[in-house]
Design a binder for this molecule. Structure first.
Ligand SMILES: Nc1nc2c(ncn2[C@@H]2O[C@H](COP(=O)(O)OP(=O)(O)OP(=O)(O)O)[C@@H](O)[C@H]2O)c(=O)[nH]1
Ligand SMILES: [Mg+2]
Length: 578
């Protein structure tokens, strides 16, 4: 039985990260389809895509059949929302236009002006009927809706404000459907001055209305891109629109916000007099590699739902296993390997594959661009992509597999930056309340996962000084997943999703920057046009409380380690702090 997910992308960042995600997953499915003589639409694909006949208007839903029918055209199960028209208009003119139903797009022209309150309380009530209408249209063709998958930034006005209003409305209208959120947190030198307010107010909503949240930190993306460029000797210059991220800082240290030769601050719409479209294009180019890393993360998270596999995990299971207490639902992610191979797949002008498989013809719902050519599924879209069925021919040393798992828990592989005050190992390095390891690649097996979990746990039990220290009452708390399909760009990868006390650092960093502005009420009059001052007090208090809850867990676990190691959990039962 298909278990569908509906992606809801809100605001510029949500749309741009989402577009990279869809581009990447199309490449993955095209590569997998190229391995079979007649590509078919199976029930796994129906988790994220509708199967349609696009030669008629409105497109005809073909659904999933038994046996699976030859693949025709795909539509993303997605709702796209932005209160500025630029990003959506460009998407409608792009190669990916046909993937999306224009009926499921909601837009305005002027944006929320980096003001959470405008997005949440202004556009929220105004646009919620049309947004919920688009959601309903996306829900109707589903047989068994599993989850809403919300993508947005915390730092702006629309994704953060309207995005969290949508989340609250989904909680109200579909209380039984899981709400999984991936939100992009601003870097410390973000170009949006009001981002600490927006992030704090959004976090308050995420605490209340999401089942699980996987933040992606722009500072981590900037540092990862800088490291990749340093290792590959690239200066980060962009060519033919394919930007690369660069930084002059050394790998691992905090990079400046200079990406592809553009300072993100210089690209702030309010500080430049250049034509708005040019500015937007430059800004998007600057984010290109960062978004590719984010897309690789989302693709690894979802591959077990999109492809058939022996050990698949869906979002509900993730939430069940990784969220021990309702409000402690913030998950850190880390990915290995992360190198040029993960970002370079689209270089050299290679366009994403078309979503049409086999049949010609376009739907009139696709907007005005050039008529797309048919996609030939026999052509693997990226030279480095691996067909799914090459497992038996691939032999790899367990040493390199183990090295990949070890790399996973190095701080530089995490997509959320921890405080620089955190030691790498031992007391203060953070405690894991639960962990999930999700491996993908044709040459990986369940034994690779179990062997590496044992290795990681041995590091923990050896005096708690290793890199993976599980909380004593859940030292077996590893969830695993395995998908036989390679990521685009490399043969295998592994994703860790962890509920770690280190996530408190993100809350601290956001709320301390919000406090600095708020004690002076700087810029705050823009917010009180739409909301009460007490809303900000409540949001700050809620964020700080979650951070405290995590830190109390950490202190108690550290005490338990010091008073007798992991067995202490059994002797002195720890009470949840919430
Ligand atoms: N990683 C990444 N971050 C982005 C991208 N676009 C914007 N951001 C970040 O998102 C925040 C700004 O939010 P946006 O998504 O641009 O804002 P919005 O939701 O469109 O809201 P308004 O423009 O204020 O109406 C800042 O922290 C930016 O650094 C992107 O494509 N990728
Ligand atoms: Mg915007």
């Amino acid at each position: 039985m298909p278990r569908e997910l509906i992606t809801v992308q809100v605001g510029q960042c949500g749309l741009q990260v989402g577009t990279k995600f869809w581009d990447l997953v199309l490449r993955e499915h095209a590569a997998a389809a190229s391995a079979s003589p007649i590509p078919v639409f199976d029930s796994s694909m129906s988790s994220f895509f509708r199967h349609v006949d696009a030669r008629v208007h409105p497109v005809l839903d073909l659904g999933v059949s038994d046996p699976p029918a030859p693949l025709q055209s795909l539509r993303a199960r997605a709702v796209l929302v932005d209160m500025e028209e630029g990003v959506l208009s460009e998407l409608k003119r792009s190669d990916l236009a046909e993937l999306f139903d224009t009926a499921n797009m909601v837009q305005d022209v002027s944006g929320s002006g980096n003001n959470w309150a405008h997005g949440h309380h202004g556009y929220g009530p105004q646009y919620m009927p049309s947004i919920l209408g688009a959601v309903r249209r996306a829900v109707e063709p589903c047989d068994s809706l599993q989850a809403f998958f919300l993508l947005h930034s915390l730092g702006g006005g629309t994704g953060s404000g309207l995005g969290t209003a949508v989340l609250a409305a989904l909680d109200d209208a579909y209380p039984d459907v899981y709400r999984f959120v991936s939100c992009v947190a601003p870097s410390e030198q973000d170009d949006v001055i009001t981002s600490p307010y927006n992030s704090t107010l959004a976090m308050h909503q995420l605490i209340q209305h999401a089942d699980a949240v996987m933040p992606i930190h722009n500072q981590a993306l900037i540092d990862i891109c800088a490291k990749i460029n340093k290792e590959s000797g690239s200066g980060g210059s962009s060519s033919s629109g394919a930007a690369s991220s660069s930084s002059s800082s050394s790998a691992g240290s905090s990079a400046t916000n200079t990406v592809a030769g553009h300072s993100l601050i210089d690209l702030d719409p309010s500080t430049s007099s250049t034509d708005a479209r040019v500015r937007r294009a430059a800004r998007r180019a600057a984010f290109s590699d960062m978004n590719t890393i984010a897309a690789q993360l989302l693709s690894s998270l979802t591959c077990g739902m999109r492809f058939d596999g022996e050990l698949n995990v869906d979002l509900n299971e993730l939430t069940m296993n990784l969220v021990p207490f309702p409000r402690m639902h913030f998950l850190l992610s880390s990915l290995a390997p992360i190198g040029r191979e993960m970002t370079g797949y689209g270089r050299g002008g290679k366009a994403a594959p078309r979503m049409k498989f086999g049949l010609g013809g376009t739907s009139s719902s696709s907007s005005g661009g050039a008529a797309p050519s048919s996609f030939d599924p026999r052509i693997v879209p990226s030279s480095s992509a691996q067909p799914a069925s090459s497992s038996s021919s691939v032999t790899s040393s367990s040493k390199s597999i183990d090295a990949m798992f070890s790399q996973l828990f190095h701080p530089s592989s995490f997509l959320v930056k921890s405080s620089p005050d955190r030691p790498l190992v031992g007391r203060g390095s953070g405690i894991y309340l639960a962990a999930g390891l999700f491996a993908r690649g044709p040459d990986l097996s369940v034994s690779d996962l179990t062997r590496n979990i044992t290795r990681l746990k041995m590091q923990h039990t050896a005096g708690g000084g290793g890199s993976v220290r599980m909380i004593p009452w859940n030292s077996e708390g590893f969830k695993t997943g395995l998908c036989g399909v390679s990521p685009v760009g490399t043969k295998r990868s592994v994703l860790a999703l962890t509920n770690s006390t280190r996530v408190a650092d993100l809350f601290h960093s956001i709320s301390s920057r919000a406090h600095m502005l708020y004690v002076r009420r700087a810029h705050f009059h823009h917010y009180t046009e739409y909301m009460e001052e007490e809303d900000m007090d409540r949001a700050l208090e809620a964020s700080e409380q979650v951070a405290r809850d995590y830190m109390q867990m950490e202190y108690k676990a550290e005490d338990a380690f010091e008073n007798g190691g992991s067995s202490m959990g059994a002797k002195r039962r720890m009470k949840p702090v919430i």
